[in-house]
Design a protein around this ligand. Sequence first.
Ligand SMILES: *Cc1c(COP(=O)(O)O)cnc(C)c1O
Length: 378
Amino acid sequence: MSRVNVMLPYLGEEEVEAVAEVLRSGWVAQGPRVAEFERLFAASMQAEHAVAVSSCTTGLHLAMVVVGVGAGDEVVVPSFSFIATTNAVRYVGATPVFADVDVTTGNLTPETVEAELTDRTKAVVVVDQGGVPVDLDAIRAVCDPRGIAVIEDAACGAGSTYRGRPVGAGAEIAAWSFHPRKILTTGEGGMITTSRQDWADRAHKLREHAMSVSAADRHASVLAPPETYDEVGYNFRMTDLQAAVGIVQLGRLPEVVARRRELAATYTKFLAEVPGLRTVIDPAWGESNFQSFWVEVGDAYPLDREGLLERLAHADISARRGIMSTHRQPPYVGVAAPGSLPVTEHLTDSTLILPLFHQMDETQQGRVVDVLVEAARA
Ligand SMILES: *Cc1c(COP(=O)(O)O)cnc(C)c1O
């Protein structure tokens, strides 16, 4: 019996060939492939503008900068997210304020957001946690009239839909991840999409040291024009090697999402009758890509979450604890009032993420289901 991983990237010969072609071209840093990937990604996600960056974390950082978040500002974020969501707030010297999430979706709601708004709130970061689309319109309805920017952390969201459109399409600004744990990968990499030309222009410059002329443009001319550096910028660039992989991966996305949804439906079907287990589902307003297929282990189940993880590990199945609670990590201890995030803590403590990847076959999925069902009978 071989190990069943929680996730495997889905990469093929096309990606290998795309990288080889970039290597042969001699232009390996940010250049034409990055520009092409941006065009294709924006079109695919129904976004006006796309800015490729080195990761979702740097994308969130840049989003904070172009939105104008800084010292003295508060930013409402879910604690129930990968820590980078909150770290981005600290990078610009602002203060994170944690809001609780909905127990069914694992996402912020208009109610949990509204409860945390103050005169100092500059922005709210909403997350499509594990690929489950957040109810963006409802949260924007609370924030837009107050002039509060909503930044969508769509790190897990590629291929998920919200009200019939790709997630992120309805956001003023969104950040995406292409880490291998996500379903479209470039090794490392990220993207910002935005409806605002001014934010896109500034992000394009800031990711490249705020240089007035891009390195690709300078290279294209024999006599390079003089450049200026209009503010303190960053090196958050993606390489053409990564973008070439991203272009191929983007083409695979519909097939990958269809397969993930098929596997998720199989889990849902076989686990529906197991007392004490509750699986993640599509919300009323959209469809998940099931980037993370999580299960809540309730009191009616004979094992607790840790016990079930051990049982799975014993069968050589690598599941994972659910999404973290950022407010429990050292940099953020004391930020949330004790007891103020009950749903976040409950989900962090009681959920686990089951293996789900494109290449997963029936036998592998059957092994996972068998462990869950048999442990329930014991
Ligand atoms: C993975 C993830 C990130 C970080 O993405 P990187 O590309 O690794 O920087 C940020 N936010 C969420 C919600 C994530 O899941």
